[in-house]
Design a protein around this ligand. Structure first.
Ligand code: ADP
Ligand code: ASP
Ligand code: MG
Length: 405
């Protein structure tokens, strides 16, 4: 008799039939005698629609009100899932994030979980219920509703699995597991049987939205081993766990593409100490996450100036532009340019530590395809390049074929 946390993503609860399928799967586990906590996302498209609705009212809505709005998506699904279980004669009760004891900080729209006191969850499990928990949401100690960032239901599941010391954590989605690349873009991509936390961290951080980045960070920190698998069949999925020795034999585990980044360039920024610090402190104060940064060689004598480029999530572009425009008087730069037509292509693998020539091979492959590289960044187990978005998918297939074909 195991305690299992299962999470079902948007497509897996996308219509009444799918929700009934979830209930049927839960029923199967229950028949084995397992106890279940089921985390669900909003039905597919719902969160995006809520965001559109808000933007139709105003371009930069209050983040507190965004959380109030977005939390309703998951609240719909928990009730429907509980009903689907009732229809099968299974006792089930739905809980919001707050009711499940998920306490977060107050950073609206990307709150961090501070602690979980799952008293109610335990009580319901002890009473023989299946517990359905709304993913992606929590509550501050002061009682404000918060959300955990896009894809945050993954985090709810992993954090609950840690807090409940669950025997198993299963992330059900619309593909068979973690693949060597997004199977929707690279038809030759292969499902991986296992992947190290660090590799999935880098893939998730560079656009492979199969798992939310912060949920993988959490799993690594608390040693939560989990499985990513399909809600549409019974195939075994991908086990995500600490790195093992044999994983280093594979040079590249996967390729990812992030089409959700935008580049901001500040032109004519005076080249003297403290300028970059000023720009990035202001962005950090506004809770804007900056990814890649490039500063050009300074030009001009006397009072030299430089151009500073950095990338941010598209969803934060407006906010970032506003911050930089707010600094115009103080910094006296010439101009700010935003470019949304970029893609960030990355290759990831712990084997990179012990193999050389990986970057050269990636750049050669792109050169052969006639693709220009705009920015480059690397970590011990990752190489990322920013390229023109129109060529990004072709580039991804070519790089996948070069390393994993
Ligand atoms: P859910 O709604 O279940 O959370 P998501 O849409 O967030 O599902 O994530 C699953 C999707 O992630 C897949 O449909 C797939 O297109 C995409 N994806 C991107 N990269 C990968 C990858 N390397 N392996 C598997 N899926 C990936
Ligand atoms: N519904 C939220 C989103 O679309 C959270 C999730 O699906 O994990 O981002
Ligand atoms: Mg997801």
């Amino acid at each position: 008799m195991a305690l299992i946390v299962q999470k079902y993503g948007g497509t897996s609860v996308g219509n009444p039939e799918r929700i009934k399928n979830v209930a049927a799967r839960v029923a199967q586990y229950r028949e084995r005698g397992d106890r279940l906590v089921v985390v669900v996302s909003a039905m597919s498209g719902v969160t995006d629609n809520l965001i559109k609705l808000a933007r139709a009212i105003m371009p930069l809505p209050s983040e507190r009100e965004m959380d109030m709005l977005l939390a309703t998506g998951e609240q719909t699904t928990i009730a429907l899932t509980a009903m689907a279980l009732h229809a099968l004669g299974i006792p089930a009760e739905s809980l919001t994030g707050a009711q499940a004891g998920i306490v977060t900080d107050g950073v609206h729209t990307k709150a961090k979980i501070q602690n979980i006191t799952p008293k109610k969850v335990h009580a319901l499990l002890d009473g023989g219920h299946v517990v359905i928990v709304a993913g992606f949401q929590g509550q501050t100690a002061e009682g404000q509703i918060t959300t955990l960032g896009r894809g945050g239901s993954d985090l709810t599941a992993i954090a609950l699995a840690a807090a409940l010391k669950a025997d198993l954590c299963q992330i059900y989605t619309d593909v068979d597991g973690v693949f060597t690349a997004d199977p929707r873009i690279v038809p030759d991509a292969r499902k991986l049987d296992e992947i190290a936390y660090d590799e999935l961290l880098e893939l998730a951080g560079t656009g492979a939205k199969v798992m939310q980045l912060r949920s993988v960070e959490f799993a690594k920190k608390f040693g939560v081993i989990f499985e990513v698998r399909s809600s549409l069949n019974d195939n075994p999925g991908t086990i995500v766990k600490e790195e093992t020795k044999s994983m280093e034999d594979v040079v590249i585990r996967g390729v990812s593409l992030d089409k959700n980044q935008a580049k901001i360039t500040i032109i004519g920024l005076s080249d003297r100490p403290g300028m970059a610090a000023r720009v990035f402190t202001a962005l950090a104060d506004a809770a804007v996450n900056v990814d890649m940064i490039i500063q050009n060689i300074s030009h001009g004598s006397g009072a030299p100036t430089t151009d500073l480029s950095f990338t941010v999530d598209k969803s934060e572009l407006l906010k970032a532009q506003k911050v930089i425009e707010g600094l115009k008087k103080e910094l006296g730069y010439k101009q700010v340019i935003a470019n949304e037509s970029i893609g960030k292509l990355s290759i990831v693998g712990v084997g990179m530590r012990s193999h050389s020539g990986v970057a050269a091979r990636m750049f050669e492959t792109l050169a052969r395809e006639g693709i220009n590289i705009d920015m480059i960044s690397t970590s011990e187990i990752k190489i990322s390049v920013v390229i023109e978005i129109a060529k990004a998918e072709t580039a991804m297939r070519a790089v996948h074929a070069a390393f994993l074909g």
